[in-house]
Design a binder for this molecule. Structure first.
Ligand SMILES: CCCCCCCCCCCCCCCC(=O)SCCNC(=O)CCNC(=O)[C@H](O)C(C)(C)COP(=O)(O)OP(=O)(O)OC[C@H]1O[C@@H](n2cnc3c(N)ncnc32)[C@H](O)[C@@H]1OP(=O)(O)O
Length: 185
């Protein structure tokens, strides 16, 4: 794998806040219409997330047939969504909304349709509004399941004010059942 990603020297590492779910507990979706995690998005990926020890979270994705890219394998864009989502969830530790500024992926091994992937993401540090995150994926169920890392990701997230989305409110498809950032954390 290769990456040009370098972390700044002056990062602070947040400690796990009291409001964050205990290790093993589920994390709430951040927005019901989200393609990655929303329960009001029929065409979405319906990912689920769990709080892990420290400042780590994990997420699961079953690779549906409709996620096919090359013959029999996951589309790289779908894998990127899953990383984006999992690393964004790791930023929930701060309790404020974030958006992705930069995301980069290394695709290490082919991932067959029908696999169940586990993603693990963490915040590597923050400075000002910038949150640096990283993650890796393994196949936990399926014909090629094992301990090998099949893809890795690094992402920069920026904290935003809720008003960030105000100019977009007329473009929401249908009635929103939960406003962005209204998670119960
Ligand atoms: C009550 C509790 C609720 C909790 C609830 C939590 C929910 C939490 C879960 C969310 C989970 C979401 C998972 C899916 C997340 C998406 O998929 S979000 C969708 C994709 N992303 C977008 O749409 C973002 C589009 N881009 C933008 O809106 C703007 O470019 C941004 C990212 C807000 C930044 O703009 P800005 O605020 O004007 O900031 P700007 O001054 O340009 O930059 C600030 C700093 O960041 C740096 N920067 C900005 N962009 C970049 C970049 N691409 N590369 C490197 N550096 C950059 C700048 O250089 C600058 O650095 P410094 O000078 O401070 O050192």
């Amino acid at each position: 794998m290769s990456s040009t990603w370098t972390l700044p020297d002056d990062l602070d590492l947040p400690t796990r806040p009291d409001f964050f779910p205990a290790p093993g507990e589920a994390l709430p979706q951040h927005w019901s219409k989200c393609f990655g995690c929303g329960d009001d998005q029929p065409s979405g990926m319906a990912m689920t997330f769990i709080a892990e020890e420290g400042i780590e979270v994990s997420g699961r994705l079953t690779v549906a047939n409709r996620y096919q890219g090359g013959p029999g394998v996951i589309h790289g864009g779908i894998l990127s969504v899953a990383f984006d989502e999992t690393q964004g969830m790791a930023c929930m530790l701060l309790g404020v909304p974030v958006v992705t500024g930069h995301l980069e992926i290394d695709f290490a091994k082919p991932i067959p349709l029908g696999s169940v992937l586990e993603f693990r993401a963490r915040m590597d540090g923050m400075t000002g509004r910038k949150l640096y995150t990283s993650a890796e994926a393994r196949i936990v169920e399926g014909p090629t399941a094992g301990d090998d890392v099949v893809a890795t990701s690094r992402g920069l997230f920026l904290t935003i004010k809720p008003e960030h989305f105000t100019p977009m409110k007329d473009f929401v498809d249908g009635e929103a059942t939960s406003p962005f950032g209204s998670s119960t954390l």
